[in-house]
Design a protein around this ligand. Structure first.
Ligand SMILES: Cc1ncc(COP(=O)(O)O)c(C=O)c1O
Length: 393
């Protein structure tokens, strides 16, 4: 029986998996057991920011492994503090809470928001249509996509959806009962859509007027992905708190939420916690990853490589202007929206040895390891062009 048949037997049929019997990964490539290799522009959904088996990450993990794997919340260790220190020094936030996933970071922030709202007589949470913040019941309540929510209602009360980039709808939705606005500066699962500068300005103004909290979900757009350490740095809007994960752990399961001074004292002892959150092994990997990614040359390079890739994709869009609607994104978070056959394009590219996936139904999403070089980008673009030719010419 193939591994895929075995998997069908034991697991819920919930994932659209690539038919690769994975052996290992190295750099930007994934290898199957027959030695075939795939150029991986999905990177474990933006997790493998430094690719597979990066020596710096592996060394950090090995070193920590010899000390201890797990301690739990009754202890604190240098790697955890050093990573928190680093994150605070890279941002304007005051406090950090480590989690095991992005969803848990959002979940923790929902609790912080709820308590702050109870103290300030505010309770309405706003999120944008097409958002993706996670799949636990709290995070799902602000994941404003019908397909994700429909079979799981009732969800959290007092959550309101605003159409994406619709400023007047946003202005109508906010009032002095608004406790928080959750947003992704660039949507991930929603299809690599950028919140407009005008919308960000409207959010900023409304915060000044009503005093609510602005929470940025940087789970996908963060840790160097867009050419700055966090994407919000490229916008005029500084959020009150952010959720981070994916690339943060350099491949290990690590998330975090960070808050500014408005929320720094929000939790009393015992009001929030996690057995695994801030696992030392994950923090050691995270510290190594963040140290590498957060340097100015590294981030500048992400920006440059993103520009290069965007130029090639724009050329492709000119050649196939009957199919490609738009190329958009920042740094190495790039979407190519197509009129048709998104799934076929993904499948055919897989046959060519290139991995990416579809976001928002019609957008080819490219979130390669941040260590890709221009040759890898050339190869990916060539493979993609071949696929377009096969399907459309
Ligand atoms: C923007 C965003 N928020 C939240 C999540 C949920 O994170 P996780 O799957 O680590 O729980 C994701 C995952 O894709 C995401 O892209």
């Amino acid at each position: 029986m193939t591994i895929f048949k075995e998997a069908e037997k034991y697991f819920f049929d919930i994932y659209n998996r690539f038919p690769i019997d994975v052996d290992r990964g190295k750099g930007v490539y994934l290898y199957d057991k027959n030695g075939a290799r795939y150029l991986d522009f999905l990177a474990g959904i933006a997790v493998n920011a430094l690719g597979y088996a990066h020596p710096v990450i592996n060394t950090a993990i090995r070193k920590q492994l010899e000390r201890n794997m797990h301690l739990g919340p009754y202890f604190v260790q240098d790697v955890q503090v050093e990573l928190a220190q680093k994150l605070v020094s890279l941002t304007s936030f005051k406090k950090v809470f480590f989690t095991n996933s992005g969803t848990e970071a959002i979940e923790g922030l929902l609790k912080a928001v709820k308590k702050w709202g109870n103290q300030n007589n505010k309770k309405e949470i706003i999120a944008f249509r097409g958002s993706f913040h996670g799949r636990s019941l709290g995070a799902l309540s602000i994941t404003m996509q019908e397909k994700h929510q429909k079979n799981f209602r009732p969800l959290l009360p007092d959550t309101h959806v605003v159409p994406f980039n619709d400023i007047s709808a946003f202005e109508n939705a906010v009032n002095d009962k608004t406790v928080a606005v959750f947003y992704e500066g660039i949507t991930g699962e929603g299809g690599v859509r950028l919140v407009s500068a005008a919308m960000l300005e409207a959010m900023n103004k409304a915060r000044e007027k009503y005093g609510f909290l602005i929470i940025a979900d940087e789970i996908q757009s963060g840790t160097g992905r867009t050419g700055s350490f966090y994407y919000y740095e490229q916008t005029g809007l500084v959020p009150d708190a952010i959720a981070s994960a994916k690339g943060l752990g350099g491949g290990m399961p690590l998330g975090a939420f960070m808050v500014n001074k408005r929320l720094e004292h929000i939790f009393n002892r015992g009001e929030h916690g996690s057995t695994y959150g801030g696992n030392p092994l994950a923090c050691a990997a995270g510290l190594a990853a963040v140290d590498l990614i957060s340097t100015t040359p590294f981030l500048k390079n992400v920006h440059k490589k993103g520009k290069y890739f965007t130029t090639l994709l724009t050329e492709l869009a000119d050649e196939f202007n009957d199919v490609i609607l738009e190329v958009r994104g920042k740094g190495l978070m790039i979407g190519v929206e197509v009129r048709q056959k998104a799934a076929e394009l993904m499948r055919e590219s897989f046959n060519e040895g290139l991995l990416f996936n579809i976001a928002g139904g019609t957008t080819l999403r490219f979130i390669p390891p941040l260590i890709v070089d221009n040759n890898d980008i050339d190869t990916a673009s060539e493979k993609l062009r071949l696929t377009f030719k096969k399907l459309f010419r």
